[in-house]
Design a protein around this ligand. Structure first.
Ligand SMILES: Cc1cc2nc3c(=O)[nH]c(=O)nc-3n(C[C@H](O)[C@H](O)[C@H](O)COP(=O)(O)OP(=O)(O)OC[C@H]3O[C@@H](n4cnc5c(N)ncnc54)[C@H](O)[C@@H]3O)c2cc1C
Length: 427
């Protein structure tokens, strides 16, 4: 991806090719212009095109260039916050709608993969949130109680059950969520682009939108070599955006996350570690996570950016941490490494904004963007198509926040992760 092996790493090396696309050239007209080709923009473009709208999707770099091509591939339901916190933050009506839509995210992803035959290694065997101490166990038990109360297939596992599933006995318990699973994230983004193009959407890459002007009832978006005039604009730039709507990026504090991928593990290790192939992460404050890819490589990551001192510090920590969880793994060799930025909002909940007349966005996914982006892309399309009134959306309309001292917080996260990993914190 743009000759940077640290941006998309393993996923770039193993994803099916992206559909052929070209930069926008000349002046075109559309019903809807979509800005950004990650899950949100592509899911919106697919829905719009299938509904008969003329849609032009503009991507600054390449399909899946943002979070959609860099993430860990956990198809999770809901948000980080407890279900009971969502109505408290959004009010009873929006809270219930948001919970329902977000809880259904994984099902929509699996259905989309099946319907469009997307070749992205879906593994629908759940995820395990592994507790590192008693408070993690208590938190998981409360989550299990709340989700099970809503009829979701979520349950707390004992330390022994967790050890059997993980193949390591370092955890005090875990939360098994059978709605969830794993995918090859960049392959999923490329598959969505294939489907959107097949449905009639025009997808233009290397086409950063530089400016937007309102002319009468229509918006004109300008790129380096062309322009789109459209009645509606769906902004789907999330944490990777900038002009012409920089407020979408600015309301999020960026938290860096890195991934390393080992060489394919031996057949014995592949059989004894995560035999059910769940995706795992832990309850640590500086969280770490691990999963397998299709070829039996272990993908292992945590908070931090692989730049400057961070590259050596995080690599060395990752080797030690993996050996500590799985002592039998022996000497660890990493084949790929990459990192990206997760956009965090102050209450860890996503947002819906009307940035101007007929310019709308969902954003602020807080590291839960696969299901969320897929369903919110659809909802954005349905809103534009007049099928969902603004008052019936799953989130209220809000003005973009301006968090206090975002640059200081971002520097603190990056440096703090380096210090924690340098001194050996791992569990
Ligand atoms: C390391 C990491 C791990 C993560 N792990 C998970 C996980 O396991 N599970 C999960 O659900 N989520 C995870 N996430 C979050 C998830 O990846 C994102 O929330 C999701 O990909 C957001 O999708 P999106 O389509 O909204 O935005 P993005 O995929 O970020 O796409 C935005 C796009 O907009 C483009 N763009 C920006 N400005 C312009 C412009 N002016 N003109 C044209 N295009 C523009 C960008 O180039 C980019 O391609 C993770 C994220 C990271 C970084």
């Amino acid at each position: 991806m743009q000759n940077d092996p640290l941006s998309h790493g393993l996923w770039e090396m193993t994803a099916p090719p992206a559909p052929p696309t070209s930069p926008l050239a000349g002046q075109v007209k559309a019903d809807v212009a979509v800005v950004g080709c990650g899950y949100t923009g592509l899911s919106a473009a697919l829905r719009l095109a299938e509904s008969g709208a003329k849609v032009v999707a503009l991507e600054a770099a390449e399909v899946g260039f943002g979070g959609s091509g860099r993430n860990v591939g956990y198809v999770n339901a809901g948000m980080w916050v407890l279900p009971s916190e969502i109505p408290k933050a959004l009010g009873a009506d929006y809270g219930e709608r948001a919970l329902t839509v977000l809880a259904g995210g994984p099902a929509v992803v699996w259905e989309t993969i099946d319907k469009y035959k997307i070749d992205c290694d879906p593994v629908r065997n759940g995820t395990l949130h592994c507790a590192v101490d008693r408070s993690g166990v208590a938190d998981n038990e409360e989550r299990a109680r709340q989700w099970a109360g809503r009829g979701a297939p979520v349950r707390a596992l004992s330390a022994a059950e967790t050890a059997a599933r993980v193949g390591a006995d370092v955890y005090a318990g875990s939360l098994l969520d059978m709605r969830a699973g794993t995918i090859q994230p960049l392959a999923y983004a490329r598959g969505l682009a294939d489907a959107a193009i097949a449905a009639g959407a025009a997808v233009h890459t290397k086409s950063p939108v530089r400016a937007a002007e309102r002319t009468g009832r229509s918006w004109t978006l300008r790129t380096d070599a062309g322009s789109v005039a459209a009645d509606w604009v769906a902004v789907a730039t999330e944490a990777y955006g900038g002009a012409p709507w920089p407020q979408v990026r600015r309301e999020q504090v960026l938290l860096p996350y890195f991934n390393f991928a080992t060489l394919a593990l031996s057949p014995d290790l592949q059989a004894s570690i995560l035999p059910g192939r769940e995706g795992c992460w832990d309850t640590n404050k500086i969280m770490s996570y691990f999963r397998f890819d299709r070829a039996g490589r272990m993908v292992f990551g945590s908070v931090g950016a692989l730049r400057g001192m961070g590259l050596a510090i995080h690599r060395s920590w990752a080797k030690r941490a993996l050996r500590k969880i799985f002592p039998r793994i022996g000497a660890v060799e990493f084949e790929h490494q990459w990192y990206g930025m997760i956009g965090m909002t102050d209450n860890a909940l996503p947002r819906f904004h009307r940035l101007a007349d007929n310019v709308v966005t969902f954003c602020g996914y807080n590291g839960r963007g696969i299901g969320t982006g897929t369903v919110f892309g659809r909802v954005l399309a349905d809103h534009i198509l007049g099928r969902i009134a603004e008052s019936d959306l799953p989130l209220p309309v809000t003005e973009p926040d301006a968090p206090a001292l975002p640059a200081v917080k971002e520097a603190y996260y990056e440096a703090g992760a380096q210090i924690a990993h340098a001194v050996g914190a791992w569990l």
